[in-house]
Design a protein around this ligand. Sequence first.
Ligand code: FAD
Length: 504
Amino acid sequence: MGFAQGNFASTKLHTVNNTKVLIIGAGPVGLTLACELARRDIPFRIIERCAVAPQGSRAKALQPRSLEILNDLGIAEDLMKIGSTELPYRKFQGNKMIGETPRTGFPRNDTRYPKTLLIPQPEVEKALRIKLQELGGSIEWATTLTDFKQSNNGINCQLENDRQHEAMHCSYMVACDGGKSSTRKKLGIDFVGETHQEEQLWVGDVEVAGLERDAWYNWLSPVFGIAFALFPFRNSNIWQLQAVMPADQDGNIPAPTLEGFNQLFKERTQMEGVRLTNSSWQSIYRVNIRRAERYRAGNAFIAGDAGHVHSIAGGMGMNTGIQDACNLGWKLAAVINGHADDRLLNTYGEERIPIADWLLATTSQRQKVMLDGAKTGKSGFETLGTNDTTQLNLNYRGSSLSKTGQSTINGLEAGDRAPDVQLTDGSWLSDQLRGTEWKLLLPGEEKLTALTDLVKVINTSDEHIREAYGGGEAAILIRPDGYIALIAASVQEVTKYLKQLNGL
Ligand SMILES: Cc1cc2nc3c(=O)[nH]c(=O)nc-3n(C[C@H](O)[C@H](O)[C@H](O)COP(=O)(O)OP(=O)(O)OC[C@H]3O[C@@H](n4cnc5c(N)ncnc54)[C@H](O)[C@@H]3O)c2cc1C
């Protein structure tokens, strides 16, 4: 395997030419992509501007679809042990508790992860870093992409760390460098949308003396909707704090401090005997609703927050980014390995941009419903977790890769996520679906003749698979990222589909 080259050791300019993919940014999205490439033996490098991983809690909701992806990478079960799934929303007006809304559960039997996992983002990143290391990859810390130029045969990049400059060449580059992505700007890709100066929050991590760690505390207000919120993490002393801050006429809010947190808490909650201490992170969060106008420019791609930013209501930003990386990873590998035509890479934007548009619209809507509800002292919290926010229902039905053929089964169509199902022996279909290959659910013993080493055949004799997949008579081809590519009446149709991938 030709993985990361390690940190720079000397001040000499050197050039590394065998890198197929340069990943910019080691947040959750860059890390997921790195794992996807590492497990397919693709030579890549992943660089990160920061010298160490950030510790602020940031994303705290890991959605069921992301858990399925992380299960495929083999890390979801470890995360389940440190997060929680049952934390009610406890509501106050001033120092008076006015009620409690339980977290909504979604009784579905087509996933082993029906509930949102509440866990701080650094834990997700840590698990991905450990997985990446197991797969032989490593992050180049304190290393920044400073410039690049595309040519006919790839991209020439300039990297910098505090000791040296480096020129390197890669075939593809993926900007996972966050909402302020300098790579996106240099690519000339517009970030279309708006900034809501009037919606700014203080966010931070604190310890809290005087409150039980058994609920997500929210202080409702007719002015702010939610005037103050405190969210405890399991297996940790930390609580995430959020408080709406009115901006001055220039659109600025004061810098957050622990003293400021305590003062605001007192003003807005009138709670006695509660003290915020040991703040390990303080930041300002501004609501931006924006989407990159395209996800590809030449051989460069955009993923995660670099492609979409929006309200945090519903907890889906990091999740959508992880799902971007999962969509792009297998496609880059297939093209680099010569198993698919370069045009496969155009389906990344074709499939993921409609999801980003849905995301921007739905999170704005949820934010409004929640805040309007909170302003009137009613709930509104139900809108934060719905069947949609599980992201299990998102699909690629409209994609050029989805070939319905003659069949739909049990309402399933090509482009849908392949449902998981618990088998008669108690194991899950996802145990068999795990891995980098395509999967073919087949009722009989027929043989495939195209790209057979890339396709794992799974027999559908188990009655629970037959029920979930409509009697088990069709041949169902599942993509490496877990979405149905084709529902076919014969293996010949599957062969034809796979052969066409090379010429799409
Ligand atoms: C308070 C808060 C709560 C949130 N809650 C949720 C939630 O519940 N659920 C959810 O899904 N999301 C949530 N989010 C959003 C989530 O944090 C982001 O969507 C997520 O971090 C995006 O991941 P990313 O990898 O795309 O970008 P980032 O996490 O921003 O990572 C980008 C990385 O690229 C690096 N970088 C930038 N430029 C360069 C360069 N030129 N060279 C090298 N490296 C570079 C940066 O240092 C950074 O480490 C929340 C965010 C906040 C602030």
